[in-house]
Design a protein around this ligand. Structure first.
Ligand SMILES: C[S@@+](CC[C@H](N)C(=O)[O-])C[C@H]1O[C@@H](n2cnc3c(N)ncnc32)[C@H](O)[C@@H]1O
Length: 250
């Protein structure tokens, strides 16, 4: 026979314990159901691509690095744009524009009749780019907030799609490259600037570099072929792709 005080104890505490336990158990099951499949999908689709580790996007908090003065000598932006011979009046996209280091220079090259679509997944980067546009009174750049799965590029519009230090950060390379391909005009060019993965002396993390073999094996099956590889920069290479079956127009 259970003594009365214990019965009383049970009557008081069991309902109080029962409700939080049931709520806790339901929450645990929900968390399992909703978070596990997402976590494993992320691991499979956005951490590696064809054996290459995908770099996480460079945070806007490190944006100062994009404005470092030695970029002029290591990346030679004006010479790069000279080599690309961008025509006035062109429509170009600076994909993963960051603070607009290349967008502002592209805006000068395409002139008032041309336009620069400057995309990024981080609104803070685009806010810094917009500040620069206001300060320099530039009107032919359109900052566009995109997502890792939606490049937000209009179809059949671009003469050139430029990605400077961006390709290795794409979380969904196949989707993004497919969208870029659709956005390029038939003779449009896709241009990547990437740190050379073949050179172990370049002081940058391996996932921020790519080899030419990797770039070709990842991008050519998506309907592009290499038109040119420019190797004049000390640490980076410029790879120019055309859409398969198309001819260079610029
Ligand atoms: C290393 S920064 C380079 C910025 C700029 N291209 C430059 O050279 O100064 C890489 C940028 O790519 C952006 N990014 C990463 N993945 C992206 C994606 N799928 N679409 C557009 N931008 C992306 C990041 O948010 C970041 O601003």
């Amino acid at each position: 026979m259970i003594p009365f005080p214990i019965m009383k104890h049970c009557r008081c505490f069991l309902p109080r314990l029962f409700v939080p336990c049931v709520v806790g158990a339901v929450l645990c099951v929900c968390l399992e159901v909703f978070t596990l499949p997402l976590a494993s999908a992320e691991e499979v689709t956005s951490k590696t691509y064809k054996g290459r580790v995908i770099a996480p996007p460079m945070s806007y908090q490190g944006a100062d690095w994009l404005e470092r003065t030695e970029r002029e000598s290591t990346q030679q932006p004006e010479r790069v744009l000279d080599e690309l011979a961008i025509k006035p009046g062109s429509t170009v996209a600076d994909i993963g524009a960051g603070t607009g280091y290349f967008s502002l220079r592209l805006a000068q090259r395409v002139g008032p009749q041309g336009r620069v679509l400057a995309t990024d997944i981080q609104p803070q980067m685009l806010a810094m780019l917009s500040d620069k546009m206001r300060a320099a009174n530039i009107a032919n750049i359109e900052p566009l907030l995109c997502t890792p799965t939606d490049a937000k590029l209009p179809e059949n519009t671009l003469d050139l799609a430029l990605m400077v230090d961006v390709y290795h950060e794409l979380a969904y390379p196949e989707e993004t490259l497919g969208q870029i391909r659709r956005a390029l005009k038939p003779d449009g060019r896709l241009v990547l600037i990437e740190y050379r993965g073949e050179d172990p002396n370049i002081p940058i993390k391996p996932e921020h570099k790519t080899t030419l073999v990797q770039l070709r094996s990842e991008i050519e099956p998506l309907g592009f072929h290499v038109k040119d590889v420019l190797e004049f920069l000390p640490e980076q290479r410029i790879v120019i792709f055309l859409k398969d079956g198309e001819h260079v127009g610029q």
